[in-house]
Design a protein around this ligand. Structure first.
Ligand SMILES: CC(=O)SCCNC(=O)CCNC(=O)[C@H](O)C(C)(C)COP(=O)(O)OP(=O)(O)OC[C@H]1O[C@@H](n2cnc3c(N)ncnc32)[C@H](O)[C@@H]1OP(=O)(O)O
Ligand SMILES: O=C([O-])CC(=O)C(=O)O
Length: 385
């Protein structure tokens, strides 16, 4: 062993991995921009198709560009009979995010020329992936609930069509806005864990599909994209609003993490959580569903308590995943689809980052500090204890 002193950055905290023009996060002040546009403005004024174009092409589309991009997305919504078979075979046997990961892996088999690594070919792949994920997820969701597939409807926008394929009903104006909002807010977020693993895989010059499959896999965990499902499960476990304070106090005393709170970069309120909360509050004025009212009351009481306990002292504020659960529940979306929906939205960010990184690619290969023994004697198997 050497005596060399090394500095370890656990979880790569504080390490910059690349220059980017995609997204700026101001973690101290709780601000977020996609290609310079404040998230609040995009949330109120834009739509997912436009945001995906912005991320992939670097500018907001003009009318013609939008029409062409939108038509391409609509052309690519259908999935093959083989993908439908995979969905039927695995849905219900594994978490929907795992089934989605398997389907996306299988999509690579339809690529006519994987050796074409041109920007144009990769942008086409991104369009196909962005277009097909909502279809796959809706089909997984329906199969798990014993319902037949609903084929895509070209007359509907990207996110409305997703809700339609999932529920079988064309969404009203309010639900259409809410689901689109969630797609926009989840579209991009710098070098988060799933984008980073997409880049790590891509940095070996693996193909687009391999790279985004790594992203989907990484999103799954409760410390990242799985937190929205976990946060809703916590709210359901709390059950009654009056149980909230005791539940949270006990969890904190037992050193448990409260899902949907805290962030590696934000030490302030996640601006996306603020947007979700704003829309959720206005939605609440129109709903009389007691289940949603209860969930929201639990969420608000949990947030208030966490603010007293942790926000001001440790910078642990709600993140995007905290209020997502009540909002998705209000749209009748089952909790096991939250993470796959995150993946469908983030596909724009993953692919945009990947293509940007490839313009100046360098293999990711960090170091680890060996602290074990060296030159250990090899003992034949029959002589070992
Ligand atoms: C879309 C997204 O991916 S957003 C993030 C989604 N994930 C979650 O909501 C899961 C819950 N949150 C967490 O586990 C964390 O906040 C993370 C993983 C997101 C970020 O954590 P890190 O940057 O690694 O923070 P770290 O683990 O160093 O925590 C700092 C301190 O805050 C505490 N803390 C962090 N998050 C939480 C939480 N959610 N609940 C309670 N305490 C927390 C830690 O216990 C630690 O306390 P200590 O200093 O007394 O040991
Ligand atoms: O940035 C992160 O670490 C996690 C996150 O909020 C996201 O991916 O949206």
């Amino acid at each position: 062993m050497t005596d060399e002193k090394v500095t370890i950055s656990k979880g790569l905290e504080g390490i910059f991995i690349a220059d980017t023009t995609l997204c700026k996060i101001d973690g101290t002040n709780g601000k977020l921009w996609y290609r310079g546009y404040p998230i609040e403005v995009l949330a109120d004024k834009s739509n997912y198709e436009e945001v995906a174009f912005l991320l992939l092409y670097g500018h907001l589309p003009n009318r013609h560009e939008m029409d062409v991009f939108d038509a391409r997305l609509k052309d690519e919504r259908e999935v093959s009979s083989e993908i439908k078979e995979i969905i039927k075979m695995y849905s219900g046997k594994a978490h929907p995010n795992d089934v989605l990961r398997t389907c996306v892996s299988a999509l690579s088999t339809y690529d006519d020329d994987m050796s074409d690594r041109s920007k144009e070919a990769n942008l086409e792949r991104a369009v196909k992936l962005i277009a097909k994920l909502p279809t796959i997820i809706a089909m997984i969701g329906r199969t798990m609930r014993g319902k037949g597939f609903v084929e895509p409807d070209r007359s509907l926008s990207h996110s409305s069509n997703f809700l339609y394929m999932l529920t079988g009903k064309r969404p009203d104006k309010e639900s259409a806005k809410l689901i689109d909002l969630m797609f926009i807010l989840h579209a991009e977020h710098g070098s988060n864990a799933s984008t980073f693993s997409t880049l790590v895989t891509g940095s070996t010059l693996a193909d687009t599909y391999s790279a985004v499959v790594a992203g989907i896999a990484t999103l799954r965990g409760p410390l990242h994209g799985g937190a929205d499902e976990a946060a809703l499960n916590m709210m359901k476990a709390i059950g009654e609003p009056d149980n909230t304070e005791k539940y949270i106090e006990d969890a904190l005393a037992g050193k448990q993490r409260i899902m949907g709170f805290g962030h590696r970069v934000y030490k302030a309120y996640d601006p996306r959580a603020k947007v979700v909360y704003k829309y959720l509050q206005s939605f609440m004025k129109t709903t009389t569903d007691p289940q949603i009212e209860k969930l929201l009351e639990i969420a608000i009481r949990a947030e208030k308590l966490m603010e007293e306990k942790l926000s001001k002292t440790k910078g642990i504020w709600p993140n995007i995943d905290f209020f997502s659960g009540p909002l998705y529940t209000a749209m009748d979306i089952p909790s096991d689809l939250f993470t796959p929906i995150f993946a469908a939205s983030r596909m724009a960010g993953w692919t945009a980052h990947l293509f940007e990184y490839w313009e100046n690619n360098r293999l990711f290969r960090p170091l680890d500090n060996y602290v074990g023994k060296l030159d250990v004697e090899y003992v034949p198997i029959d002589k070992r204890q």
